[in-house]
Ligand binder design. Structure first.
Ligand code: 2P0
Length: 325
């Protein structure tokens, strides 16, 4: 049996950095995100008794041995839950550069989980799907529910899951992803998180998270854009401060990243309400309200070193679609 799923990438406003359990991928902190309408993964999974081994193909690219092994591990979890021993063929395609800090593993494991269970004819609740996606890649759990999504850290596999706070129609905001380097990053997020406990800033950030989670949910509820932007920047900088003070330190920014961060402050000073957030890579996500999209895009055009921009609105979560890859 065969099924295809389309999963959005997601951008976190309060970010996930550090695990309490490496195997189950239980995070050290709660996080909150928005699904991205312009950056997604489409994955077809087919199971058959005829297949002698699992095969994993990335359209327009190549998976490393490590990445292939991680997908097969994901398939093993799906097979175990579904009570199947059939091997699978997986074909997957991204609309955005892999490994560029734009959450390819989040949309990838969300699509794999939803397509995989559907291909085996097993119906799970959304909550359980988020738990299985989380075990593939933590942030993948946030790409399954619709719109604005909370991932509760929980304290066990059953209590660490994601749910939709609001549908995408709740708030007309934009995440303009500014790509300044589309190459694969040198240190993966999984590897980068392994040394999180070496940062003296970790405890400081973890103490601040409950307040930030509460305040950002209030800001989203009341559509208070400036408060929303301030908290998002605060947590982005807090996470990067942890990364940069780990041993060995992780610097994901490049000079264009820094130029854009400074420009954002300047644009705000001149009356353009725009905020930034940055994941584990040099690319910058510019957050603005829908009404300011054109002004922000025009401002970005004045910056050198930009490879591309992807405009994202809040999007629905992962869905089964009819056409197969
Ligand atoms: C996030 N990141 O919340 C943060 C911001 C990167 C920076 O979630 O090891 O690829 O697969 O569980 O999910 C990236 O972490 O890590 C991530 P694994 P994942 O979006």
């Amino acid at each position: 049996m065969k099924a295809t799923a389309k999963a959005p990438a997601n951008i976190a406003f309060i970010k996930y950095w550090g695990k309490a359990d490496d195997t189950l991928r239980l995070p050290l902190n709660d996080s909150i995100s928005m699904n991205m309408s312009g950056a997604y993964t489409i994955t077809t999974v087919e199971f058959s008794k005829q297949f002698k081994k699992d095969s994993v193909t990335l359209v327009g690219g190549e998976f490393s041995e490590e990445e292939t092994a991680r997908v097969i591990k994901g398939l093993d979890l799906i097979r175990k839950r579904a009570g199947s021993t059939q091997k699978a063929t997986v074909v997957t395609k991204n609309t955005f550069p892999k490994g560029a800090g734009s959450a390819a593993s989040a949309s990838g494991f969300a699509a794999l989980t939803v397509a995989g269970f559907a291909a085996l004819g097993v119906t799970l609740s959304e909550k359980e799907l988020t738990i299985f996606a989380r075990m593939g890649s933590g942030s993948a759990c946030r790409s399954i529910p619709d719109g604005f999504v909370v991932w509760e850290k929980g304290d066990s596999s059953k209590t660490s899951f994601a749910w939709s706070l609001y549908p995408p129609t709740h708030w007309d905001i934009r995440d303009i992803l500014v790509i300044v380097d589309s190459r694969m990053k040198k240190v993966s997020t999984t590897e980068g998180m392994e040394t999180v406990a070496t940062s003296p800033r970790l405890a400081v950030r973890l103490r601040a998270i409950p307040r930030r989670m509460k305040e950002i949910q209030q800001a989203i509820a009341t559509k208070n854009f400036s408060r929303f932007g301030e908290i998002t920047e605060e947590d982005c900088l807090g996470m990067h401060m942890v990364m940069q003070t780990q041993t060995p330190p992780l610097f994901y920014w490049n000079s264009t990243t820094q130029t854009i961060m400074e420009a954002v402050r300047d644009w705000r000073k001149h009356g353009l309400p725009v905020y930034f957030t940055i994941d584990a890579g040099p690319n910058v996500h510019l957050l603005c309200e829908g009404i300011d999209e054109e002004r922000v895009l025009a401002a970005v055009k004045t910056i050198g070193g930009v490879e591309a921009t992807i405009v994202n609105k809040p999007a629905i979560g992962t869905r089964i679609i009819s056409e197969h890859l």
